[in-house]
Design a protein. Structure first.
Length: 383
């Protein structure tokens, strides 16, 4: 199906079905087994032979099998969540954060506790409104002061249900279809990117690239943003493109923060930096960034750009992960309300991102890397 921009987009309904399925799968950092199995099954259904490393990273190769990896395109499979810290005598569960969970959205949120293979429905409690004093009504409590209520009468009942300290807790699933091809639910970060990579895998299977490409599905991004270091050590790619999400700022509370909006298509990162005690971020390789911009133009797209402090991705430590270095760039899909249970995306942005990546992979052989004249030439093209 053509989308009028020169690309061969996946039908929106197919993307929606995949996204709905993936979003419903719980895969908190360090417990990605369900998502690993799902990705492997979907790649095998395409006739591919995926490889799973010891920590759960999945890869699938395309192009010349005898060549080393020219290009790695990857997204993370895990989601943020919480961890059971303590079981109260009354059966309530105390918590710690697992990744960047925004504590202000937690009270009153439906969740699932994952215990010995079971998915136990629960809610995060909050003080009854009628009994909340004025000084507490506008205060966000830290996660350590919150608790999960799964309905247990006492600690013994919780333990009998299989719950142990260290069990992960995730937002309850449930995708909502909104107007204008927009959907809302948990773990759009980064299931939108996994959805896009699975569609890209189908296209690369049908039209093998001229260079050796690996699609990667990484683990533990929300916990320590270092799962891809194992991929780098094994594959030794020359180039890498991280596919993640970009906070959309087209809402009244973020207007003017960045230009990123839903429906605006894929986002090219010019700068990302955590800026919160972690000296991690990415300034993209100029030649790679220019090649992505050219691929967008070839697909009939006008990409969005972001320069953002407060965000870190799996790309942060990748450039220095091998002796020769890895030319790295970030590509992102706009998402509203990041890290909440109602992350919101537009399906056309996912489809456009696949179109861009397809064009980019087709042009990868001509990318000149290096910080000498090639880099200067790329900067001139970019500007």
């Amino acid at each position: 199906m053509r989308n009028g921009r020169g690309g061969a987009s996946a039908p929106p309904l197919a993307l929606l079905d995949t996204l709905r399925d993936l979003s419903a799968i719980p895969a908190p950092s360090g417990n990605e087994d369900r998502m690993v199995a799902e990705v492997v099954n979907r790649l095998q259904a395409l006739g591919l032979e995926p490889f799973v490393d010891r920590i759960g990273n999945v890869t699938a190769g395309f192009g010349p099998a005898e060549a080393g990896t020219d290009l790695l395109v990857f997204a993370h499979t895990d989601e943020l969540g919480l961890i059971v810290r303590f079981i109260e005598p009354g059966g309530f569960l105390r918590l710690e954060r697992l990744g960047g969970v925004p504590e202000r959205v937690l009270p009153g949120t439906a969740v699932e506790v994952h215990a010995r293979g079971r998915r136990i429905p629960a809610v995060i409690g909050l003080k009854a409104h009628h009994l909340t004093p004025p000084e507490e009504k506008y205060v966000a409590l830290p996660a350590t002061e919150l608790y999960v209520d799964a309905g247990f009468a006492d600690a013994g009942e919780a333990i009998a249900a299989g719950i142990r300290v260290g069990d992960p807790v995730t937002y309850a699933p449930g995708l909502i279809e909104l107007a204008n091809g927009r959907v809302s639910g948990k773990s759009m970060d980064d299931r939108v990117a996994v959805t896009a990579l699975l569609e890209l895998a189908r296209r690369l299977r049908d039209h093998p690239p001229s260079v050796a490409v690996q699609l990667g599905f990484s683990v533990q991004e929300e916990f320590n943003v270092r799962g891809t270091l194992a991929l780098a050590a094994r594959l030794q790619p020359r180039m890498a493109v991280q596919l993640d999400v970009a906070p959309a700022t087209d809402t009244p509370d973020l207007a003017g923060h960045t230009p990123v909006r839903l429906g605006g298509g894929p986002v090219l990162t010019r700068l990302s930096f955590h800026g919160r005690g972690t000296l991690g971020g990415l300034i993209p390789d100029p030649a790679l960034l220019a090649a992505l911009a050219e691929a967008a133009a070839a697909a009939g797209l006008n990409p969005q750009y972001q320069a953002i402090v407060g965000l870190i991705t799996d790309a942060a430590f990748l450039p220095m992960a091998t002796a020769d270095g890895i030319a790295t760039a970030e590509l992102a899909i706009p998402v509203r309300y990041t890290h909440s249970p109602v992350e919101t995306v537009q399906l056309s942005d996912i489809a456009a991102t696949v179109d861009l990546l397809e064009r980019f992979v087709a042009s990868a052989q001509g990318i000149r890397l290096g910080r000498g004249q090639a880099a200067l030439d790329a900067q001139e093209v970019q500007q």
